[in-house]
Write a protein that binds this ligand. Structure first.
Ligand SMILES: Cc1cc2nc3c(=O)[nH]c(=O)nc-3n(C[C@H](O)[C@H](O)[C@H](O)COP(=O)(O)OP(=O)(O)OC[C@H]3O[C@@H](n4cnc5c(N)ncnc54)[C@H](O)[C@@H]3O)c2cc1C
Length: 433
């Protein structure tokens, strides 16, 4: 370990740079505390930066997220390590010590101007994870247009080491000799803001995701509806035609014991209604049908938003979808139980969107070396007193914010980040060091 990487001191370590991690960091930094924000992806922003609009106001998600991202990135009390992971955390007296691994992006951050010259000459194409595999990207790439830092990275597993990027880089930022760096951090408190994982739709094989081209998941539909979308219009993958009869299958991977997740994901009903309304604008002649178990429209303005979608012409069918099959022309047959009529029925659609739910992020328990932070019944970080102090975990000095604790929408993630930062502030004051 290099000398300058040993014993670096911060007041708080925040793990995860989604909306909850950013909000926690900003609150603490504005209280005068020194924060280290560790993000495992190339950019901070979490899932929110990839969303189209937000329910129920239909405000542009990126227009809310980007000022927050810039404020976090520029705050003098916040240091950010992107493409980094916490290897382990252990208690040392009243403080904690963590070892953080900064992985090599093979591009010098301080030199890269984000000009993308490297990207234009790279001959390799692989699926773009930031567009949820709808289109391709190069092996050297700026992750996405709103990335912060807006710096290229080389996906070394797919790079053919042809050196084309190195030759064109105007600032000589490409460095194939870069290695992982280990940095030792001391801090007084930690906030876990590692968010949630999306349910992998392959794990519900009866819905045909990955087998039938016109079965997509809801994050793929979000990407088709954002201003930075991969195509000019919403298209169905099999033939690039605009769909005109779209189905949403709610509770894909949520409230479903057969996939090991009985929990409601809190956001799928509302984001599906949001997407249905946006589709009505993008494809005015299309029919949209939502298959649901119950519509959970529990927040401020949610029920009105749901009613509005009905007046716009979205059809709601109360029935659990059992199976999806494909016709010869790549349309889909949805087999479902119509609960009101008590009958099993079938309907044909030309595009099916699976409203995938939230799953706990499994990274958390492995971070702690001696004492493990406890998980709750559904494997999210356990809130020891959910009602009185929702940010507190089983470990002293370890707090949780956002969807690392429970599935939440954006406003509730921001509220929970507020709770976590004020708990941390009083904890540090009490520590008296
Ligand atoms: C399709 C879809 C549409 C949605 N639409 C809406 C909407 O319209 N309105 C709304 O209110 N909500 C919506 N949501 C919910 C919204 O995405 C969440 O409320 C929000 O993203 C939660 O923020 P978070 O910071 O808790 O988690 P995340 O956004 O998941 O951020 C977690 C961050 O932690 C990082 N991380 C993970 N593990 C580690 C690790 N080990 N070390 C370091 N960093 C790590 C991740 O890379 C990520 O940057 C939608 C969700 C989906 C799936």
């Amino acid at each position: 370990m290099q000398e300058e990487n040993k014993n670096r001191e911060f007041d708080v370590l925040v793990i995860g740079g989604g909306i909850a991690g950013q909000e926690s960091s900003l609150n603490l930094a504005n209280m005068g505390l020194e924060v280290l924000l560790v993000e495992k992806d190339y950019s901070i922003g979490g899932k929110m930066i990839h969303l189209s609009k937000v329910f129920p106001t239909l405000d542009c998600s990126a227009c809310i997220a980007t000022p927050k991202i810039s404020e976090t990135a520029r705050h003098p009390n916040i240091t950010i390590f992107t493409y980094s992971e916490v290897k382990d955390i252990e208690k040392s007296g009243k403080k904690y010590i963590a070892r953080v691994i900064k992985k090599p992006r093979y591009v010098k951050e301080e030199l890269c101007s984000g000009c993308q010259e490297c990207e234009f000459v790279c001959p390799v194409y692989v699926p773009d994870q930031y567009q949820y595999d709808l289109v391709g990207r190069k092996a050297v790439y700026v992750p996405f247009s709103l990335a912060n830092p807006r710096v290229a990275a080389i996906d070394i597993d797919n790079c053919i080491l042809c050196g084309a990027c190195e030759k064109v880089c105007p600032t000589e930022a490409i460095d194939f000799t870069m290695e992982a760096e280990e940095i030792e951090i001391r801090f007084k408190a930690v906030i876990i803001a590692t968010g949630f994982n999306l349910f992998d739709a392959h794990n519900k094989p009866q819905y045909g995701f990955g087998k039938f081209k016109n079965v997509v998941h809801s994050m793929q539909m979000e990407r088709q509806l954002v201003p930075t979308r991969p195509f000019n219009a919403v298209l169905r993958p099999s033939d690039g035609k605009m769909p005109d009869n779209i189905a949403y299958v709610l509770c894909t991977g949520s409230r479903d014991k057969s996939v090991g997740n009985p929990l409601c994901s809190q956001v799928c009903c509302m984001y599906s209604i949001k997407q249905a309304q946006l589709l009505m604008g993008a494809l005015p002649l299309a029919d949209v049908t939502i298959y649901y178990i119950n519509i959970r429209a529990f927040g401020k303005g949610f029920c009105e938003f749901y009613q509005q979608s009905k007046t716009m012409g979205v059809e709601f069918v109360k029935g659990k979808v059992a199976q999806i099959t494909e016709t010869e022309n790549d349309n889909l047959i949805v087999r479902y139980e119509d609960i009101f009529e008590g009958k099993v029925k079938e309907a044909e659609h030309d595009l099916v969107v699976l409203a995938v739910g939230a799953l706990p992020n499994p990274d958390v328990p492995d971070m702690f070396k001696n004492e493990k932070v406890e998980l709750g019944e559904f494997k999210y970080v356990k809130q020891v007193d959910r009602f009185a102090c929702p940010a507190r975990t089983s470990m002293e000095g370890v707090f949780v914010s956002g969807t690392a604790a429970v599935p939440l929408d954006i406003p509730d993630s921001i509220l929970s980040a507020g709770a976590a930062s004020s708990e941390v502030n009083s904890y540090i004051k009490k520590l008296g060091i």
